[in-house]
Design a protein around this ligand. Structure first.
Ligand SMILES: [Zn+2]
Ligand SMILES: [Zn+2]
Length: 387
């Protein structure tokens, strides 16, 4: 493993810091995509496509030996967060920050692409370097699939990593089956009839009905879904009314739903509607439900996990490969690719002390840059792993 004071001051760190300084929001990764394409151009790849799924970049490298087509993916987007870190590579864009580590992902995959291009004679099969836009809620992976990212050549398998400050640098987290949860969302309008707060008998009160709904709906997870199938149902926003003595016409509720099992996931809206129909009967309200299936669960393939474990044993050692229990209700749009092709998703520990312990999406988020080297060695190893 890396010595504690070994910071790779290499191209890895330089690229990551450059990208960190110049973050771009989802679907606006123009300069990042140009940086990526400019770095890939001299490598002698067999194909280089830009503007894939709007701002994505795909590089294809045919190896010297026969084998599968392997897609290695890095996401590129930053977040609408104002950085609070006082470092010389801090964001120079007001209100935009790489607070999830995607700057590191791009740096890792670029460095791996360079090495793999140099060692192409050893590569069994074909590699697709996939630089993806819009992971943070805008399904950039699906946009790239729609734009042909899994064809020409036909991708057989996928690998993706995420740097993670909840895990010490030098460790790798991987698990069989569902790795991340699905992430779906809804907007619900509960409609009544407004009127004077002193004469409720002339109104139909959507606020009281909403309060009942918030508690009733908790029973989906607590009483209907099997305890072995974790799920989360959160109502994150309720708004209704304008003042203290008027009953409003309607209330609006917004929420997020997470699950690991696809059947459980798909069953939630019908369960909600059953409760809502009862609410309408009991409380005289009506409703509109707009339910959006956003990101599916990210499910790892057993054979692909074996490949990651094999490579990980060489890179960090057997005992540094752990099951990450604490990040399970994250969601990832890599799930769209892993629905279509066998794939493995894993995390790379990036915590090296207090300053690199902040959670992802925090304005003080930062990584221990030694993690870049671990990620790089993993991606190179996966690129060389063959069948
Ligand atoms: Zn994120
Ligand atoms: Zn992320």
């Amino acid at each position: 493993m890396l010595a504690p004071d070994t910071v790779p001051t290499s191209a890895l760190v330089r690229a990551r810091r450059h990208l960190h300084r110049h973050p771009e929001l989802s679907l606006a990764e123009y300069e990042t995509a140009k940086y990526v394409a400019d770095a890939l151009a001299p490598l002698g790849l067999d194909a280089l496509r830009t503007d894939v799924g709007k701002t994505g970049v795909l590089g294809t490298l045919a190896g010297g030996r026969p084998g599968p087509v392997t897609l290695l993916r890095a996401d590129m987007d930053a977040l609408p967060i104002a950085e609070l870190n006082d470092v010389d590579y801090a964001s120079d864009r007001a209100g935009v920050m790489h607070a999830c580590g995607h700057d590191g992902h791009v740096s890792i995959l670029l460095a791996a692409a360079r090495t793999l291009a140099e060692r192409r004679a050893e590569v069994a099969g074909t590699l697709v370097f996939c630089f993806q836009p819009a992971e943070e809620g805008y399904a950039g992976a699906q946009l790239m699939i729609d734009d042909g990212a899994l064809e020409n050549p036909h991708v057989d398998r996928t690998f993706a990593l995420h740097l993670y400050t909840g895990l010490d640098v030098g460790k790798i987290g991987i698990r069989d089956g569902p790795f991340f949860a699905s992430s779906d969302r809804f907007t619900l309008r509960i409609k009544g009839k407004g009127g004077h707060g002193a004469m409720p008998q002339t109104s139909i009160d959507p606020v009281v009905a909403s309060a009942h709904f918030v508690t009733m709906v908790q029973t989906i997870v607590s009483r209907e879904v099997a305890p072995k199938d974790p799920a989360v149902f959160t109502i994150g926003k309720i708004s209704a009314g304008t003042t203290f003595n008027a009953i409003p016409d309607e209330a609006e509720l917004m929420g997020t739903v997470r699950a690991f099992d696809e059947q459980v996931r798909r069953s939630i809206p019908e369960r909600m509607e059953r409760i809502l129909r009862g609410l309408c009967e009991a409380m005289r309200v009506s409703y509109d439900l707009d339910y959006v299936f956003a990101y599916p669960p990210t499910v790892n393939d057993a054979a692909m996990n074996d490949v990651v474990r094999r490579v990980g044993r060489d890179v960090v050692g057997e005992h540094e490969m752990v099951d990450p229990h604490d990040i399970v209700t994250w969601a990832e749009d890599m799930s769209f690719m892993q629905e279509q092709r066998p794939g493995a998703y894993f995390i790379v520990g990036a915590r090296g002390g207090e300053s690199t312990s902040y959670p992802h999406h925090n304005a003080r988020f930062d990584i221990d840059e030694r993690a870049l080297e671990v990620g790089y060695r993993m991606m190179v190893g996966l690129g060389l792993a063959g069948a």
